[in-house]
Ligand binder design. Structure first.
Ligand SMILES: NC(=O)c1ccc[n+]([C@@H]2O[C@H](COP(=O)([O-])OP(=O)(O)OC[C@H]3O[C@@H](n4cnc5c(N)ncnc54)[C@H](OP(=O)(O)O)[C@@H]3O)[C@@H](O)[C@H]2O)c1
Length: 429
């Protein structure tokens, strides 16, 4: 074994970084044996230097992250600060100064992964980011390496634990959104400002990363259609139950049937209880991959948390260190297909639409005509009347999203339609 240690600079020592430092220290001998050389924590950049950080040599702490990545003797920079800047500049500076990078930063990779990859390639360095999607779950490496010989057609997953916890509570207890969110906050599953999670921004960043890798093309955060889950109601869950479904916030990346384009989207959807994703409870994550030769694969586990995420980070550190000892680099960006990303209007799926209508003869025929005029074929209709008013639940066959939007717009104009109570896509059938 080589005795000269490989040097790791840690940028950020919060929820994830502190666990990376702890495991690096406590498992130093095992890591050295697996890599073939010792790894040494050479510096830790933070914002607040006076904060007590148990288990970390205080002499390693610095607030000058730039100086740390410019040192020139660093082999691997672990970026667990988060956000766009200064993380992006620190990562590219690290490449320029001869270090490889391991990052958990989904926001940055989804927004500007191409810049990072280009810089890594220009300077002959590695960029690894297993922890950026679905925490501890090995997913990026299986997609980038294990499935590199296959053709992936679809990636569909629950990639945000906070929203899964909230939806699971609504499903199992009948609670409304706010009540379930309050419980998630009290238990530490939701942040004080839950916007990034409940509005689907976090899942959209992960969808962009997954779509790019799965389809060997560039997909940015702006390409991902996004709807949050704050409008999901207890009534939606009741409707879902009647259909033998539950509701999940899904990230769905698909190759078009003709193979000429891809789509990436995040929105709440009904899925049958028989689908493997329906049984993903609490704050767990799971990603369902459909590949031409491999068939259907499911990846499941904890999608966040300091220690699970640090596990993924350290797996990358080991891989990058091994590459360095072999004077090699791992896979870089694979975007050779250059497939266009289609808009949401072109996505084809099924819909569950709940309408409040006047309870009088002819209404059903009127509504059915509007669907037919827009080329949306109806699978089932359920009507429930009460005091001159009725609720009509329509489930469609597969139709383009644009056709469904046109249908809903026309339905809203009918005198007999009092309101569109909810529209939800039905997936996983
Ligand atoms: N938490 C999770 O479960 C999880 C899961 C998957 C991925 N991730 C990703 O991992 C990354 C880190 O998340 P986290 O939860 O560990 O965040 P966090 O707890 O907020 O920690 C951020 C760390 O970065 C430091 N920092 C902030 N600005 C800095 C600057 N300008 N220079 C140097 N250090 C700076 C902070 O210093 P102080 O300690 O002095 O404040 C803190 O140590 C993010 O990209 C996140 O998306 C997190």
């Amino acid at each position: 074994m080589r005795t000269r240690p490989l040097k790791v600079a840690l940028l950020g020592c919060g929820v994830v970084g502190s666990e990376v430092a702890r495991i690096m220290t406590t498992h130093a001998d095992d890591l050295a044996a697996r890599i073939g050389a010792p790894v040494e924590l050479a510096g830790v950049a933070v914002r607040r230097p006076d904060k007590v950080r148990g288990g970390i040599d205080p002499s390693l702490i610095t607030t000058d992250a730039t100086a740390l990545v410019k040192r020139g003797d660093i082999d691997v920079v672990v970026e667990v600060i988060g956000g766009i800047e200064p993380a992006r500049t620190l990562i590219t500076t690290a490449f320029e100064h001869g270090a490889s990078v391991v990052s958990a930063n989904k926001a940055l990779l989804a927004q500007d992964g191409a810049t990072l990859y280009a810089s890594a390639q220009q300077h002959g360095q590695d960029l690894y980011y297993e922890a950026a999607v679905a925490g501890a779950i090995p997913l990026i490496r299986p997609l980038r390496e294990s499935l590199a010989g296959d053709k992936i057609n679809r990636v569909m997953g629950i990639v945000n634990g906070t929203t899964n916890f909230i939806l699971d509570k609504m499903d199992s207890t009948g609670a409304g959104y706010q009540e379930a969110l309050d419980e998630a906050t009290a238990l530490g599953y939701a942040e004080a400002d839950p916007t990034a999670d409940v509005e689907g921004f976090d899942a959209a960043a992960k969808a962009a990363i997954l779509a790019g890798i799965a389809f060997h093309t560039r997909v940015r955060l702006d390409d991902v259609y996004r709807e949050g889950m704050t409008e999901v109601t207890a009534a939606d869950f009741a409707s879902a139950k009647q259909m033998g479904c539950t509701i999940k916030l899904l990230a769905i990346c698909e190759r078009a049937a003709d193979g000429g384009s891809v789509t990436a989207r995040v929105h709440p959807a009904m899925i049958p209880l028989s689908h493997p994703l329906a049984s993903v409870r609490e704050a767990y994550n799971a990603v369902f991959v459909e590949a031409e030769a491999a068939g259907r694969l499911m990846f499941y586990g904890p999608g966040a948390g300091g220690s699970p995420t640090a596990s993924a980070v350290l797996g990358d550190v080991v891989a990058v260190c091994r590459n360095r000892l072999n004077e090699a680099t791992g896979p870089g960006e694979s975007a050779y297909t250059q497939l266009p990303v289609s808009s949401m209007g072109e996505v084809v799926t099924r819909y569950h639409i709940s309408l409040d209508v006047a309870d009088k003869p002819g209404v059903l025929a009127q509504v059915a005509t509007v669907f037919a005029e827009h080329g949306v074929s109806i699978d089932t209709v359920r009507q429930q009347g009460k005091d001159g008013e009725a609720s009509l639940v329509v489930v469609t066959h597969r139709a383009p999203d644009a056709a469904l939007s046109g249908t809903v717009e026309a339905l809203r104009k009918l005198d007999t339609v009092r309101g569109v109570a909810s529209i939800m896509r039905v997936e996983g059938e």
